[in-house]
Design a protein around this ligand. Structure first.
Ligand code: IDC
Length: 500
């Protein structure tokens, strides 16, 4: 009897443990990992930003427009969209010091700081990283002179006191030093030393982002004489419509010299924040940055009537954006970040035409990509819903084609971006497909999106994601693309086949 009781007790205990374990498992599943919970505090190691485990961590962020200009986008609901739908892990809070209600040009300082707090709180609640940006630009009041330095120090002391115990806050101490303001590296360097010293007295190890001369372009110059101290990164800014290969060369020089970089601001418009978009240069930049494990933050979250704004000017919603609420820049960005919203769009694009013309790159292969996933929808077994008319693609039913979109070289290897289209020629629905793309010479993967890839020396097997597995009769799957590199300038695709 006693013995039996003991056994029963054990059984109960076992069941209890099982319930607890299962309970925790579901809890952690539903709660979902956040960028912060999976990566912890960031630091700088060599030329890279790394997570708490010392692995490369690529910041993929979105910058607000000026906090005084567009305060309405600083909210938990908006940031949650950035995290869950756009694929971002970081938010940058741009607080202008001069322009439009700037901190040092008569703006309401208390209100601006309250906005920063609101932004940090929202990001923290969502487990996102957040950059507090002292957004100097056209400051007549000389950001690097004594008064400018004093103002920055007092602001960052206040921030550091508040946020020293946060492990998701980064400080950006001067957006874009530029000529008109005496922004030479020697000026910026002595300013940075003073501001960093003030921050470090309070916050010992948060990452500090240091602006570089000529609107954050002269990183090669800075590399000759960097600051001493740990957890510092230098900012590199680009607007793909204006800044191209020669600016990447400057970055390459800086990286080779060991300078840690972060693209704390970029756009695919021209440098004015407006004008036509250059997605192919944008893609080249992203691929270059992915290759080097460098993070990037896109300008800007607003519906301002300028092409760098990520929302259409007709969009009045402050969160809960749909694909069609995004501007061309916004759509490119969300595709580039591999955001869920783009996937929704791709699914519906098999029936509708997408508006964007060129394909972007998503997660590179260099960094640990932390797509913030909250509630992952489980893929339901589609077998029952697949009609009996469905077939697996064969070359009889489907046709695959690969188009070369652009190519470039980094001086050592030759990069080519391709787009894949799979067309269902038959009257039956296709339930799944597989494509083999062969090359004349060996290739290496660089970046790829919207499908599953397995790379071999001279060919790639491409299989669909859940959202583009099914192809209705006579329809096509577009929007799949990849970048490969080769040692030869004369490499080319020799065959594209639907395979079993
Ligand atoms: C631009 C904004 C624009 C605003 C202007 C103010 O897009 O709406 O009127 O600032 O001067 C930067 C700056 C960033 C600029 C952006 C585009 O960091 O503040 O925003 N840009 O010009 N550096 C290069 C480009």
């Amino acid at each position: 009897m006693k013995h039996l009781h003991k056994k029963k007790g054990l059984l109960w205990f076992g069941t209890l443990v099982l319930i607890l374990v299962l309970g925790f498992a579901t809890m952690s599943c539903t709660a979902g990992a956040t960028p912060l919970s999976s990566n912890g505090k960031l630091s700088v190691k060599g030329t890279r930003i790394v997570n708490a485990k010392g692995k490369t961590f690529q910041i993929k962020g979105v910058s607000t427009h000026g906090l005084a200009w567009f305060p309405e986008y600083v909210s938990k609901a908006a940031f949650q969209d950035l995290r869950d739908k756009w694929g971002a892990n970081t938010v940058r809070l741009a607080m202008y010091t001069a322009e439009y209600g700037g901190y040092r040009s008569g703006g309401n300082q208390a209100a601006l700081k309250a906005k920063v707090d609101e932004g940090v709180k929202a990001a923290t609640d969502l487990g996102m990283y957040v950059i507090i940006d002292w957004h100097i630009l056209n400051d007549n009041n000389q950001p690097f002179n004594k008064a400018g330095q004093k103002a920055a120090i007092s602001f960052f002391k206040e921030m550091a006191k508040k946020y020293k115990n946060h492990n998701n806050v980064l400080y950006e101490i001067c957006n874009e030093p530029n000529g008109g303001n005496g922004g030479s590296w020697s000026n910026v360097k002595s300013y940075a030393k003073a501001v960093i010293k003030a921050i470090r007295k309070i916050d010992k190890d948060a990452i500090i982002i240091v602006g570089t001369p000529t609107w954050c372009q002269d990183v090669d110059e800075v590399a000759k004489s960097p600051l001493s101290g740990s957890n510092l990164v230098y900012s590199l800014h680009f607007y793909a419509g204006t800044h191209k290969e020669s600016y990447r060369q400057k970055a390459e020089t800086a990286i080779k010299a060991g300078l840690p970089l972060l693209v704390s601001e970029f756009g695919i418009s021209d440098a004015s924040g407006n004008g036509s978009l250059n997605t192919s240069e944008g893609n080249k930049w992203i691929s270059f940055l992915n290759k080097n494990g460098i993070g990037y933050v896109a300008w800007n979250l607003s519906n301002k009537a300028e092409s760098s704004a990520l929302l259409k000017s007709s969009t009045s919603k402050k969160s809960g954006w749909t694909w069609s609420n995004l501007s061309k820049s916004g759509q490119w960005l969300v595709k580039t970040y591999g955001g869920k919203l783009a996937k929704t769009a791709t699914t519906s694009s098999s029936t509708k035409k997408t508006t964007t013309s060129k394909k972007p790159t998503t997660n590179g292969n260099t960094a640990s990509t932390t797509k913030p996933t909250t509630s992952k929808t489980t893929t339901t077994n589609k077998t029952s819903t697949t009609s009996s008319k469905s077939v697996k693609a064969t070359s009889k039913h489907a046709k695959a084609s690969v188009k070369k979109m652009s190519s470039w070289s980094d001086g050592q290897r030759y990069y080519t971006q391709y787009k894949l289209t799979v067309k269902n020629k038959s009257k039956k629905n296709i339930s799944s497909w597989k494509v083999k793309v062969s090359f004349k010479y060996p290739i290496k993967k660089n970046s790829q999106w919207s499908a599953k890839y397995s790379f071999k020396s001279k060919y790639i097997i491409i299989k669909p994601e859940a959202f583009n597995k099914k192809i209705s009769a006579k329809k096509s799957v577009t929007d799949i693309g990849f970048i490969v590199s080769s040692a030869s300038a004369n490499n080319k695709v020799t065959s594209v086949k639907i395979v079993k």
